[in-house]
Each structure stands twice: as structure tokens, then as C-alpha cells.
Design a protein. Structure first.
Length: 481
């Protein structure tokens, strides 16, 4: 290809892979348009429809980290000038996150590794005897940490109103001690947006606090802590275009200030003697160890960039694409779409489905190997919800559990999930719909066999070379428990 043609192609790709809003703000992702090999030969631009799992970095994030690295040094305890700059960058990041979340002035903003870390920290910090009310539909990060507390799990609600009714019944007449209600902002499996404001009103009327798992809300729609009154919010940078290992727990400071650190170590203390420790205040109390300044700055830059673009704009654009995707998939014979609530309810761009006659792992592998489309498959770390959606009854669930415990090669039920982000295009959506329709009509054009972990498949042979990169690459070997 001549230089001019190549420049045109790159420009066209850039046009396809960045979005522009009415204020002239552009959102562009690192690696957009990267070409990936197909088993059938040739290569195509990668269609990343796995944004609910992890997103690429925004170009602004990459550039900011590049600048930060020139000034990178220890934070908080260094006297050197670079330490002063790095510390200012770290604390500046906290302010940017606070603004993005619409936090109250007295809310604590604690940097964590991710949402899982944030939820475990909060579950640990609840006052003794605090009761938790949660739904069985939650991601494991918002399910398992609470099992260490007195917890009531409510069954999957069939609508937003049913969720409110179930909560109202669970909270009625039991106002003895502290209580929290924990909810998702949006489902990572079925995409529904939960009625946060109404749940907060209801919970507060019963004296309960509300924890918002915003892992799937923050990247897709506005989070407004002060406006909704939600008491705690957790989210992850790697799902918000800042994949540098930082997440956030933000919210009311009293319980956090009173709790012993979950992670004990340097930076979380005022004074240590051989027998005593005086823990420090928030937020350092819960940030023991050397802070992830790169991750925090990356997250802050992503927050600022999205805030400038306008989260309502991001949400609106994604809703339109999600609609196209749902309608396209729905029209394919053999496709079953899964939703918890009426499909017309407000949602983010997360669409979960199966194709009759295909194991979910096989379908996802064919989409990748023959079409260059990245999706996720399995149970999406929400086993109770997925088993409910797939109508797996208790007896079958017990059989599966026995098989897994005994280490048998048990193919788990599941589904395929396509999820959108700011880099998703109408072209990506079209490609997925056409690929699923093609597989439904003609079947795969390559051979596949079960391989890798429990419910994964692999092409046989797999002629796709891994790219030549300046670091070692190894294929993960995972053993059954
Ligand atoms: C709704 C929801 N909550 C929590 C998590 C956990 O996030 P992380 O793996 O970043 O801790 C996820 C991840 O997929 C999620 O989708």
C-alpha cells in the first residue's frame, strides 16, 4: 500500500473508532483498530465487545501516564521534589474521582485495587452485628464478601418494582441495629439499570445505608452520590478505560474510620511499638503499603475525560447501539436473549445470549477465531443469576457442584455476553450480528475441541501467531481445584 493510502486508511480507522460529542470532545482508545489474525487466514480489525470485563485505555490516560512517569517517585513520605510531585498527583487523583462520583465533601475516597477489593474492605469495616440485605443476582464481588456478615439474600426480582417491594418487605419492622442494602448500578449479565434513587429513599426511610456496586454503572452512565444519597460506591479503573490496577471505595467516613485496616502495614499507622499500634485516619488507614500512584492517576484522568465528554452522552449513545444489537440478535433463529426485567427497561450495553445447538464456549471461540470478535462466555462471576436465567434447577445445580468438587471434566452451563463501551461502533454491532447469523446458518468453518479451562474450546489446528512483543508471552496453564 502506498504511503498516502495507508494514511487514508489510518484516518478512516480513527474516524470509525473514536466518538465525538456535541461539545467537540473526542473519546479515543489505545489500540483501536488493531488487526487480529483469523484461523481461516488474513486479519481483521479487532471488534472488542468485551468491555464489561475490561476496557482498553483512553488515549488521554496513556498520555498522562507517560508524562507522570518522568516525575514518578515515592508518594507521601519522600522529601525529594519528584516525591512532592508524585504525591500531588496522587492526591489530585482523589479529587478528580470525588468530582466524577459527585461525592459529598465529607465522603472518604479510598484507592483500592478494584471493586472486589473495595467490597471486601467495606464488608470488613461494617460495625459489629450490622445486617446486610443483598440480591442473589449480584456479581460474586458483591455477594461473597457479605457472607461473612449476617446477610439476607433476596431472590431475583422480575422488575424494578419487584426489587423495591422485596426490599421494603425485607427491611420492614426490623430496625434494631445497623443495616446496609447492597445493589448493583447495572447488571453485568443482563444490563438492567437499577433504580438507585428509589432504593436509597426506601432504605434510608428504614434506617439502612446503601452500597452501590458501580463496576458496571460508572463506565456507562452518571453516578451521583450526593444527588442519589447513596452511601458507598465501589468501582474499578480497568473497566473505566484506565487499566492500571486501581479501583475506588468512596462513601461515609464514620465506619471506615472506626475499623481496623483490612490490610495492615506501612502508611496506615501513626505509631508502632513492639506491642501497640496507633492506626492513622482516612484515607491512609485503608491504603497500607506503597500506593499505586500510576493506577490512581490513570483512573482520575479517565474520570475527567469521561466527565468532560458527558456521561449522559456516553449513556445515550450506548443505549442506541445496545438497541441495535438486541434487535439484530433477536431476529436470528435459534438465539435466546436473557434479561431479568422487561427488555424495554433502561439498560447499559450488556447483552447476554445463547445460540441453540452451541455450547457458549464454542460460540465465543468461533466468534474470535473466524470473525475477530472478542466476547465473554460462561457465568460472568454471577453463578446464582446465570443458573436462574438458564432455568437450572436445584437438583441439576447440585449435580454440577458434585462434578466440579470431584474434579470431573464438567462443562458448566453459561451464555455468551457482548458488551459495549465508548469505543464500540455500529460496525462492531453489525459484525457480531452477521457473524452469529452466519454461524446459525452455516455452522463453523473450522474444527474445534474442548480445551484449556473447564468450559473453553480451541481451534484445531490454531495457525494464529501471537504478536511479537517486547515481553515474554506464555499460554496460561490452569489446574482444576
Ligand atoms: C457488577 C460487577 N461488580 C463487581 C465486579 C468486580 O470487578 P473487579 O474484577 O474489577 O474487582 C465486576 C466485574 O466484572 C462486575 O461486573
Amino acid at each position: 500500500m502506498k504511503g498516502g493510502d495507508e494514511a487514508q486508511r489510518v484516518l478512516a480507522l480513527r474516524g470509525e473508532y473514536c466518538i465525538h460529542n456535541n461539545y467537540g470532545v473526542t473519546l479515543e482508545l489505545v489500540g483501536a483498530g488493531t488487526r487480529v489474525p483469523l484461523v481461516t487466514g488474513g486479519d481483521v480489525p479487532y471488534a472488542d465487545l468485551d468491555c464489561a470485563a475490561s476496557t482498553p485505555a483512553l488515549v488521554e490516560v496513556r498520555d498522562a501516564i507517560h508524562s507522570l512517569l518522568d516525575w514518578y517517585s515515592s508518594v507521601h513520605r519522600g522529601a525529594g521534589f519528584k516525591s512532592v510531585v508524585s504525591t500531588a498527583a496522587y492526591e489530585g487523583a482523589r479529587s478528580a474521582v470525588r468530582s466524577f462520583l459527585g461525592a459529598r465533601p465529607d465522603d472518604a475516597v479510598v484507592f483500592t485495587r478494584n471493586t472486589t477489593d473495595a467490597m471486601n474492605l467495606l464488608a470488613h469495616a461494617l460495625p459489629e452485628g450490622c445486617e446486610v440485605v443483598a440480591f442473589e443476582t449480584e456479581h460474586h464481588a458483591n455477594l461473597l464478601p457479605w457472607r461473612r456478615r449476617p446477610v439476607t439474600f433476596l431472590p431475583p426480582p422480575h422488575s424494578a418494582e419487584a426489587a423495591l417491594d422485596a426490599l421494603s418487605a425485607a427491611l420492614a419492622g426490623r430496625a434494631t441495629g445497623e443495616r446496609v442494602v447492597t445493589i448493583p448500578g447495572a447488571s453485568n449479565v443482563t444490563g438492567e439499570l437499577w433504580p438507585v434513587r428509589e432504593i436509597v429513599e426506601l432504605a434510608h426511610a428504614h434506617g439502612a445505608r446503601v452500597v452501590l456496586d458501580a463496576a458496571q454503572l460508572a463506565p456507562h452512565a452518571p453516578v451521583d452520590m450526593a444527588g442519589t444519597g447513596v452511601d458507598y460506591v465501589a468501582f474499578s479503573g480497568h473497566k473505566l478505560y484506565a487499566p492500571f490496577g486501581a479501583g475506588v471505595l468512596a462513601g461515609r467516613g464514620d465506619w471506615l474510620a472506626g475499623a481496623e485496616p483490612l490490610l495492615a502495614g506501612g502508611g496506615a499507622v501513626e505509631l508502632v511499638t513492639t506491642s501497640e499500634v496507633v492506626w492513622t485516619g482516612l484515607p491512609d488507614r485503608h491504603e497500607a503499603g506503597s500506593p499505586n500512584v500510576v493506577g490512581a492517576v490513570a483512573l482520575a484522568v479517565a474520570c475527567r475525560t469521561l466527565e468532560a465528554a458527558g456521561m449522559p452522552f456516553v449513556a445515550e449513545r450506548e443505549a442506541a447501539l445496545a438497541h441495535e444489537l438486541v434487535e439484530g440478535l433477536r431476529a436470528i433463529p435459534g438465539v435466546e436473549l436473557y434479561t431479568l426485567w422487561d427488555p424495554a427497561e433502561p439498560r447499559i450495553g450488556v447483552v447476554t445470549f445463547n445460540l441453540a445447538g452451541y455450547h457458549h464456549g464454542l460460540l465465543a471461540t468461533v466468534l474470535s477465531a473466524e470473525h475477530g470478535i472478542g466476547v465473554r462466555h460462561g457465568c460472568f462471576c454471577a453463578h446464582p443469576l446465570v443458573l436462574h436465567l438458564l432455568r437450572v434447577d436445584a437438583r441439576d445445580a447440585a449435580r454440577l457442584q458434585d462434578g466440579v468438587r470431584a474434579g470431573r471434566a464438567t462443562l458448566l452451563p453459561g451464555a455468551v455476553r457482548a458488551s459495549l463501551g465508548v469505543g464500540s461502533t455500529p460496525g462492531d454491532v453489525r459484525r457480531l450480528v452477521e457473524a452469529v447469523a452466519d454461524i446459525a446458518r452455516r455452522g463453523p468453518r473450522w474444527c474445534y475441541e474442548p480445551g484449556g479451562h473447564r468450559d473453553e474450546f480451541r481451534p484445531v489446528p490454531d495457525p494464529r501467531p501471537l504478536p511479537d512483543l517486547p515481553f515474554p508471552l506464555a499460554v496460561a496453564a490452569r489446574e482444576a481445584p
